[in-house]
Design a binder for this molecule. Structure first.
Ligand SMILES: Cc1cc2nc3c(=O)[nH]c(=O)nc-3n(C[C@H](O)[C@H](O)[C@H](O)COP(=O)(O)O)c2cc1C
Length: 249
């Protein structure tokens, strides 16, 4: 199996760095191939911008979707984007390792989605969701939070973690991935925001690494998060009124 880890943290020695290493070591030990896209180390540019498109479909007005499609069709995508797409093509499983920053993924990783999931190449009107380019591949988000787990419950002060993860999960499903339940490591406190004693914190980090390694050992047996698909939606893109999930309507 080929595994791609998209690692988004500016500090290799961070806990996110440690979790990236847990996954890398686990899969290498099992004889799999592992590639890492280390976005900060690679100097990934997360901003979609006219400077990435020296040969333009329209030189007067910069429409990102138009230029992405044109660049893909002409075979002149920026080298960095081309390489990321090739890594995705090789991967059976893609792991996104990142900290929760302002209730979402860091801007660097959001920009990776903006630029790497190229319109006209990775998705189009007819190639998305359960007819998406990456159907058959799995994706897993491994996320760390500063705040403790209870604060991410449906009425917690950090917001419901299911809702916070929706934009990234939906985006992964949009391009065809089977999305596995996220690995959330809560309460990775820092910068003076303390919720537990230093000793308990050290234990928490060690236990969290073990939990992740144990989960990875059985990942192949897991079913993905169920999403609705084209056969469930009407022409407006809503769940068909007869769909069983609309039992409340
Ligand atoms: C810019 C920034 C924004 C943050 N926003 C949140 C947040 O919205 N919710 C939260 O629980 N923690 C937040 N944190 C804390 C990080 O999630 C936490 O420091 C990180 O998960 C710890 O992992 P690390 O040691 O690998 O950096 C934020 C940290 C930074 C730097």
């Amino acid at each position: 199996m080929n595994i791609l880890i998209v690692f988004c943290h500016p500090e290799p020695q961070s806990f996110n760095g440690a979790l990236k290493e847990v996954a890398k070591k686990h899969f290498l030990h099992k004889g799999h191939q592992v590639e890492v896209s280390d976005l900060y180390a690679d100097g990934f540019d997360p901003t979609e911008h006219p400077r990435h498109f020296p040969i333009r479909a329209d030189g007067e007005y910069f429409a990102p979707l138009t230029e992405q499609r044109n660049s893909y069709d002409q075979g002149n995508l920026p080298q960095q984007i081309h390489e990321e797409i090739e890594k995705l093509e090789r991967a059976d499983l893609v792991i996104f390792q990142f900290p929760l920053w302002w209730h979402a993924q860091p801007a660097m990783l959001k920009g990776w989605f903006d630029r790497v999931f190229v319109y006209g190449g990775i998705y189009s009107g007819s190639v998305r969701f359960d007819r998406g380019r990456f159907v058959g591949k799995k994706a897993l988000c491994s996320v760390t939070t500063g705040a403790p787990e209870a604060t991410f419950s449906p009425f917690g002060r950090s917001g419901d973690i299911i809702q916070l993860m929706w934009p990234i999960h939906c985006s992964l499903y949009y391009v065809g991935f089977d999305v596995l339940a996220p690995q959330i490591t809560y309460g990775v406190q820092g910068g003076g925001l303390k919720y537990v004693t230093d000793e308990n914190f050290r234990k928490h980090l060690e236990n969290s690494k073990d939990d992740y390694a144990n989960r990875l050992a059985h990942l192949a047996e897991e079913s993905p998060i169920p999403f609705t698909g084209w056969d469930d939606w009407d022409e407006n893109g809503e769940l068909d009124v007869r769909h069983p999930a609309r039992w409340r309507a």
